[in-house]
Write a protein that binds this ligand. Structure first.
Ligand SMILES: O=C(O)CCC(=O)C(=O)O
Ligand SMILES: [Fe+2]
Length: 325
């Protein structure tokens, strides 16, 4: 590990400073990313949604269950869907796109898109919009980099995260820990990560620094920088919103075209649908077809007709797009 790595997460109050920090360190804290009004609205919606998901037995959490089902396919091993006993040490509030206009406005806010564009260029879309709650007992997460799906050392970021902080974010609350500067480390160091528990997860712990922040700040990072959630030993609850954006060739974490609810779908503008992965990029990726004859969902730049299995003598009929109501 070179000695000249930056020993703290750099801070910014302007987009220009934040971009410079991202270039140099691969991570920045943008102070007061949210206005006081936006912070209050997001906190209220977030806390109510998280509580009701626990009460109604549909929370995704780690910790002791009251009841529920243990699920395998989630990135945190040993996750449950159900009701936790007391406060779980981890809760993920997935698919926030369906859970309040405030979250859509945040994901499409000018500052968020400016940071995403800085790291990803002109063509990117959102691949996950979720809430993360960390409480006492949460263990240190294995050190990793988010671009772990790409099995080579990349000269550019293809994924980036804007972590909007809604609570205090002290070191003992499990503040995310980073090794600033590692986005630029090449082959030998990154190859080490291949021998970890999962590609992109490092087999050993290294010296990291916490991104200590306060409610309303955002922690923004390049998908190549090494990091992981810290251990929580605090009674205080850490809350944040993770907004992950990627270049259009990456498989999404949350499949928006299949997941946006029928209530929310008609409220989205074309720009918002494009952000939520509805653009058939370059005529190539993410084309989708209507699921039934009256389905109005379509790409922002393509509209396919409804075409079932057509057989002579069968009542099944294709519906041209202009006839779909
Ligand atoms: O929750 C955290 O502090 C970090 C989570 C993380 O590493 C991620 O979402 O990629
Ligand atoms: Fe991560």
């Amino acid at each position: 590990m070179p000695d000249d790595l930056i020993r703290q997460v750099p801070r910014a109050r302007s987009l220009e400073d934040g971009k410079r920090n991202l270039n140099e360190a691969g991570v920045t804290i943008h102070e007061d990313f949210l206005s006081p009004d936006a912070l209050t609205a997001l906190q209220e919606r977030f806390i109510e949604q998280a509580e009701l998901e626990r009460e109604q037995g549909v929370a995704w959490f780690n910790g002791e269950p009251e009841d529920g089902k243990c699920v395998e396919a989630f990135i945190k091993p040993g996750s449950w869907i159900g009701t936790p006993k007391g406060e779980p040490y981890f809760q993920n509030i997935s698919f926030l796109v369906n859970k309040g206009r405030v979250f859509i406005d945040l994901a499409s806010s000018r500052l968020a898109l400016a940071y995403a564009g800085h790291l990803l260029g002109d063509r990117f879309n959102m691949i996950a919009l979720s809430g993360i709650i960390v409480g006492k007992g949460a263990p240190l997460q294995d050190l990793h980099f988010d671009q772990l799906i790409m099995p080579f050392v990349a000269p550019i970021p293809s994924v980036m995260n804007i972590f909007v902080v809604l609570s205090d974010y002290d070191e003992d609350m499990g503040a995310t820990r980073f090794i600033p500067g590692t986005h630029l480390l090449a082959e030998p160091a990154v190859n080490q990560a291949q021998s970890g528990p999962m590609y992109g997860y490092f087999p050993d712990h290294k010296e990291t620094v916490p991104a200590v922040a306060k409610a309303g700040d955002a922690i923004i990072w390049d998908g190549r920088v090494w990091h992981g959630q810290g251990e929580s030993t605090s009674e205080k609850i850490r809350r944040s919103i993770s907004m992950i954006y990627a270049r259009p060739f990456l498989k999404p974490i949350e499949l928006f075209a299949a997941s946006i609810s029928d209530e929310v779908y008609p409220t989205l503008s074309d720009e918002e649908r494009a952000l939520f992965d509805h653009t058939a990029d370059g005529g190539w990726g993410a084309r989708f077809a209507p699921r039934h004859a009256h389905d109005r969902r379509c790409n922002t730049n393509a509209a396919f007709p409804y075409v079932p299995e057509l057989r002579r003598g069968s009542p099944a009929q294709a519906v041209r797009f202009d006839k779909i109501d």
